[in-house]
Design a binder for this molecule. Structure first.
Ligand code: ADP
Ligand code: MG
Ligand code: ZN
Length: 610
């Protein structure tokens, strides 16, 4: 509303100015009198050339007898009257009697406007210009002043969207750890009277989507205290020194509202190991981190401010952050197991109408490795699918269908592929499926499809029957064979010349697995040790070569072992393919017809696993 009024006034002034200018220009064009000197006027009067003299304020307008001549204007001195001029210049009375003298009221607004506008207009424009300029600058200034302010997102206890532990499924251990924190925030005195030291900082560790942010909010909600939420990257901005002052500001706000929770999300953005060298030792980040440390050391532990931070990369954090008295509690959030997944699905299914026969247990079975965020996303996709199908409720089928979408990206059904390419894809995927099916340590193949999804031309989906935390050598070997299944089929059936670029990502993944087997898990004859320090991807985007802690000779040996794992896998895959050609052809036929085949059909076509 205020804006509207402002705009209205602005437009009004603008139109007024335009009108005034136009009017002025127009008036000027009509008359545009010529200015002459007093002596010229006297001369003309004496020569009897003047018809009328119009006295208008300080100006005298002369209308000559010659009709065509321009109007002439004479500026007389202020206070001097026409009579005085006539007298002073000795104008002959005979010529005076010949002309008529008119006195006009000069206070007409047009006159004033005409005279003042040329001066005022530039001035007004100038002033307006400056007004808006300085306002802009002031805006920028106040922003610059505000840089030091933290502006955290604050959630207060009476917030409607507040979260509690009931909103977080699973994560039992994490919740147990945090209950203590909640208790303290609720009644700090109880603890301090007992002489107990209160934790200052809690670090939530877990892969993305496991509910770290959610859990931190839930802690605040449970404890009924204000929650100040800032992300690590928000501290660091263009200007040096901003981060540190934001930290200061954030903590002083929290202290004012104590007991309170300060939540620093993605703390690795500022809390990286100092002097790690990459990016030239980012000064700004270091200062921010130092300020966080100073603040955490500085406040009285009994004040009731608890700092919760979250990260998915604890390995890159500065050791100083993890020292006692800082983030001395560490709470790890794991990927949910099958029971947790079912619970998480339950929470997110609450606000969605579901068919009565939907078994969330079955969905949980089909989604090992999914994080809480993935599961929430899954149900959302399922709901969207149900809407698209004009249904009133979400069915199990909708959910199961959405699993692949979450895993592999949306189907690209309308990508036109030639029959030939489709056939190539069918052979390739059937190769994966058949090898996977007949390798005893591979997870069961759940689905094979020649419909492209995301970047994949087709896909073969295998899923463990239960959650797995460890991998054995036997599993790795079988998986390697399965990974190469597509490549082997192309090579044996179409010949080396017909190998395509299709399996390149298969080869890359297989090589990676084989390398890990040798260098990280000690699964090769090279022996019981790891090779190279594998920093868990120290800097975003990876790119940093692993630290070599072995000789060139060993490097050669490693290469040899990796190649030998791959060669063995290829050989085993080829054996399976060669001995099951009829089944392979049957599967390709089925794939060409149906495009996607499910577990039951796979077993029907391929026969029992051995
Ligand atoms: P993180 O911070 O660990 O990356 P988030 O806390 O942002 O993950 O989680 C993203 C979303 O995933 C949450 O908003 C929530 O909807 C869902 N989610 C994750 N974990 C759980 C859980 N244990 N229970 C319920 N929902 C969860
Ligand atoms: Mg998060
Ligand atoms: Zn493949």
């Amino acid at each position: 509303m205020r804006n509207f009024v402002k705009n209205f006034i602005f437009v009004f002034i603008f139109l007024f100015l335009v009108a005034a200018v136009l009017g002025y220009v127009k008036a000027g064009k009509d008359k545009s009198p010529e200015t002459v000197s007093i002596s010229k006027m006297v001369e003309e009067i004496n020569a009897n050339q003047v018809k009328t003299v119009i006295i208008k304020g300080d100006t005298l307008s002369l209308q000559l007898k010659d009709e065509k001549a321009k109007l002439q204007e004479v500026l007389k001195e202020q206070n001097g009257t026409f009579g005085e001029i006539v007298r002073n210049y000795n104008v002959s009375s005979s010529s005076l009697s010949q002309l008529s003298v008119e006195v006009k009221n000069d206070s007409s607004w047009k006159f004033w406007l005409g005279n003042l506008l040329p001066i005022l207009l530039p001035l007004i424009i100038f002033i307006l210009f400056f007004y808006f300029m300085t306002r802009g600058v002031q805006g920028m200034n106040s922003k610059a002043m505000g840089f030091g302010q933290s502006n955290p997102r604050q959630t207060n206890p009476d917030d409607k969207n507040k979260k509690t532990f009931a909103d977080v499924a699973g994560a039992k251990e994490a919740k147990q750890e945090l209950v203590e924190v909640v208790d303290f925030l609720k009644d700090p005195k109880k603890f301090t009277e007992m002489g107990a030291k209160i934790p200052k900082g809690v670090l939530l560790v877990g892969t993305p989507g496991t509910g770290k942010t959610l859990l931190a909010k839930a802690v605040a909600g449970e404890a009924n205290v204000p929650f100040f939420n800032m992300s690590g990257s928000e501290f660091v901005e263009m200007f040096v020194g901003v981060g540190a002052s934001r930290v200061r500001d954030l903590f002083s706000k929290a202290k004012k509202d104590a007991p309170a929770i300060v939540f620093i999300d993605e703390i690795d953005a500022v809390g990286r190991r100092r002097g790690a060298g990459m990016g030239g030792g980012h000064d700004e980040r270091e200062q921010t981190l130092n300020q966080i440390l100073v603040e955490m050391d500085g406040f009285d532990p009994n004040l009731g401010v608890i700092v919760v931070a979250a990260t998915n990369r604890p390995d890159v954090l500065d050791p100083a952050l993890l020292r006692p008295g800082r983030f001395d509690r560490r709470v790890t959030l794991d990927l949910p197991d099958i029971k947790d997944r079912e619970e998480i699905l339950g929470i997110h299914a609450k606000n969605k109408p579901m068919e009565a026969d939907v078994s969330l247990r079955k969905v949980a079975e089909r989604t090992p490795g999914f994080s809480g965020a993935d599961l929430a996303n899954l149900l959302n996709e399922a709901a969207i699918l149900a809407v698209r199908r004009d249904k009133k409720k979400v069915s199990e089928f909708d959910i199961l269908e959405s699993i692949e979408k979450v895993l592999l990206g949306p189907e690209r059904k309308n990508r036109v592929i030639s029959d030939h390419e489709k056939k190539m894809t069918a052979y390739h995927e059937a190769g994966h499926a058949i090898v996977g099916h007949f390798m005893p340590h591979c997870d069961p193949v759940r689905k094979v499809s020649v419909i492209s999804r995301g970047s994949a031309g087709g896909y073969t989906l295998k899923m463990p029957t239960e959650d797995k935390y460890y991998h054995t050598l036997a599993q790795f070997r079988d998986e390697l064979a399965m990974m190469l299944g597509g490549y082997v089929v192309e090579k044996t059936l179409f010949g080396e010349n017909m190998l395509s670029t299709g399996p390149s990502s298969d080869l890359k993944n297989a090589t990676q697995v084989a390398q890990n087997m040798v260098t990280r898990y000690g699964m090769s004859p090279l022996g019981t040790r790891t090779f190279g320090d594998h920093p868990e991807n120290v800097f975003l985007g990876g790119g940093m070569p692993e630290q070599k802690d072995y000789s060139e000779k060993t490097a050669e040996a490693i290469d040899k072992e990796v190649s030998s794992f791959l060669a063995e896998a290829e050989k085993r895959a080829k054996e399976v393919v060669d001995s099951h050609r009829p089944q392979l052809e049957a599967m390709v036929k089925e794939l060409m017809e149906k495009e996607t085949i499910e577990q039951d059909d796979i077993q029907r076509v391929l026969g029992p696993r051995q």
